[in-house]
Design a protein around this ligand. Structure first.
Ligand code: G4P
Length: 199
């Protein structure tokens, strides 16, 4: 997705060989026009998949998840990382370990909003080691729903989350795939093909 890649190139800050900061448009500030285009892109890719719900996780999954849901014409549900004061009955939970933060979170959704008969599109901002995606898949499947695919805004393909999900047969659609962040440079996966074409 060219608009997204342009934004990453212009505003992304490489913090280390493995971490990209995109606070200006995705993880803190949120660019509504970009989110609109992202929602449109996911809806285009999953429009024929009979999606009934979009499932994401707080907090940075909510903006792209909501726009995808809007464009698909279905409700969005976000998994919580902390239990809500008003939610206790019928909770479905899963444990998610964050390699980045070195902590385990119990994530949850209410069985009231996702259940058997649902065909779910999972959306998240980043795909790194895949822990959040597996947690969301676990929640959806525990609820009796079917997972149609996982839609990711930025996949870091040098980490193994995407590979593992695809190997297990899940459809994964990433709108920008980063192959490397080495030497402070953002290298997209397609860059390789582009370089090959030039030579
Ligand atoms: P995983 O789910 O793929 O295994 O990722 P990991 O545990 O390593 O990531 C934990 C958190 O860090 C997630 O956000 C994830 O989106 C984010 N993250 C991972 N790699 C990067 C990166 O290179 N850049 C940025 N900006 N974020 C990254 P979170 O803690 O759930 O945060 P939020 O959704 O509340 O904002």
């Amino acid at each position: 997705m060219d608009l997204l890649k342009k934004k990453i190139r212009e505003e992304g800050v490489v913090l280390s060989d493995s971490v990209l900061k995109v606070d200006s448009f995705l993880n803190h500030g949120v660019d509504p026009q970009l989110m609109d285009a992202i929602g449109e892109e996911f809806a285009g890719r999953y429009g024929d998949e009979s999606i009934t719900k979009v499932l994401t996780i707080e907090s940075s999954g909510i903006a792209p998840g909501l726009m995808a849901a809007l464009k698909l014409g279905v409700p969005m549900i976000f998994a919580r990382k902390r239990q809500s004061l008003t939610q206790s009955e019928g909770l479905i939970t899963s444990k998610v370990y964050s390699f980045t933060k070195k902590e385990e979170n119990t994530i949850s959704v209410s069985g009231k909003y996702i259940h058997e008969g649902d065909r779910v599109l999972i959306i998240d901002d980043f795909l790194a080691n895949g822990q959040a995606a597996w947690g969301l898949i676990d929640l959806a499947e525990k609820a009796g729903a079917e997972v149609a695919g996982v839609g990711i805004v930025i996949e870091k393909s040098f980490q193994d989350g995407g590979g593992n999900l695809r190997q297990k047969g899940y459809r994964v659609d990433s709108l920008a795939e980063i192959e490397s962040l080495e030497a402070g440079r953002i290298k997209f996966k397609e860059d390789k093909a582009a370089e090959a074409n030039l030579s």
